[in-house]
Design a protein around this ligand. Structure first.
Ligand code: NAP
Length: 308
């Protein structure tokens, strides 16, 4: 595939940045990919494993001649990082991000945006519960959606170029409005994560009275919750604090449905439960038909293994 940008700078070198690097190298999407991470430890690891053509100790050096700068840090620090790099950005450059929340990131980043630099927010809907520079892999974005959220006045050519870059990384790209993005993600990702964190927390409390039985006999349902609940605490703290309204709205709906199911169980209303579970099974079928998960039993894990 043809080169899309001459020089790309990755700010933050964790799961998403390292996956962008390996996916980009697979198709030669950039002439050079440089990077910066906050801690010396992460920068050292990146150098050791060949993550980035050059790893800089100085964030401003990293972005200086970049045509595309990708902010791959937790959503709570996006604005602060943009403020730090604003003075070093090249005229005509595009800045984008990969944060899981969009309205809050746009509100915090755009006040620092210099004239002559584009900001186009983005969010690849792909990830794992692993984090850090060693966790990325080239296939992470294959056949996954990447949502681009242009801001008012975004240059159509810059959007088209960024779209081409994400398509080169393997993604299907669509544009979406920031508030709608945050509501959709509250339903599909943020609320489910909070519910998983809660369920594992409850089971952890129970474990103390059942002497390790929750772990010992952990079967499909609980084990799947623990995978999600192992996700990075910093990232997810920031997601909930930044997408407060949409998450609270969905959790309100969740609580109502939970009460309805609780009542159905108490009253022995089997029809209600059966109809409800039939509807949810359809949702699973649609996800498989859309190619967004495998139809294999137990997610294709085989006996006892785990999916990355
Ligand atoms: P990660 O593996 O934890 O990496 C985060 C990186 O950000 C690390 O290199 C870290 O540096 C750096 N960082 C943290 N705080 C910083 C600060 N105050 N200033 C500068 N750098 C800082 O995280 P990730 O999973 O790649 O997530 C990155 C972004 O992608 C987040 O906004 C997240 O919402 C979004 N996202 C994540 C997923 C997912 O499933 N993980 C999916 C889609 C989008 P050190 O290593 O030096 O601490």
């Amino acid at each position: 595939m043809a080169q899309v940008y001459e020089r790309v700078a990755l700010i933050g070198l964790g799961l998403i940045a390292s996956s962008i690097f390996w996916a980009s190298k697979r198709r030669d999407l950039a002439g050079e990919i440089v990077g910066y991470a906050r801690s010396a430890e992460t920068r050292e690891t990146a150098r050791e494993i060949g993550l980035c053509d050059v790893v800089y100790d100085d964030i401003n050096e990293a972005v200086r001649d970049a045509d595309l700068v990708i902010l791959c840090v937790p959503v709570g620090v996006m604005g602060q990082v943009m403020e730090q790099i604003a003075g070093s950005l090249k005229q005509g450059a595009t800045v984008t991000d990969v944060g899981s929340v969009k309205r809050d990131v746009i509100d915090n980043v755009t006040p620092h945006l210099p004239k002559g630099v584009e900001f186009i927010a983005g969010h690849p809907l792909a990830g794992t519960e692993h984090s850090g520079p060693r966790s990325g892999f080239a296939e992470l974005f294959d056949n996954r959606w990447c949502l681009l959220v242009p801001i008012e006045g975004s240059d159509p050519d810059a959007i088209a170029r960024l779209r081409g870059f994400w398509e080169g990384l393997g993604s299907n790209v669509e544009e979406m409005d920031a508030d709608h993005h945050d509501l959709v993600l509250a339903v599909t990702s943020h609320a489910p994560h909070l519910i998983a964190y809660t369920m594992v927390g409850v089971a952890d409390d129970l474990r103390r009275v059942t002497d390790g039985e929750v772990i010992k006999y952990s079967a499909g349902g609980f084990r799947d919750f623990t995978r999600i609940a192992a996700s990075d605490p910093t990232m997810w703290r920031d997601v909930f604090l930044s997408n407060k309204d949409a998450t609270l709205e969905i959790l309100g709906r969740f609580t109502e449905e939970l009460f309805a199911l609780q009542r159905a169980i108490r009253q022995g209303d089997g029809d209600h439960l059966f109809d409800y579970f039939t509807r949810t099974r359809e949702v699973r079928r649609s996800i498989i038909e859309a190619g967004q998960d495998t139809d294999e039993p137990d997610f294709g894990r085989g006996s006892g293994g785990t999916k990355s």
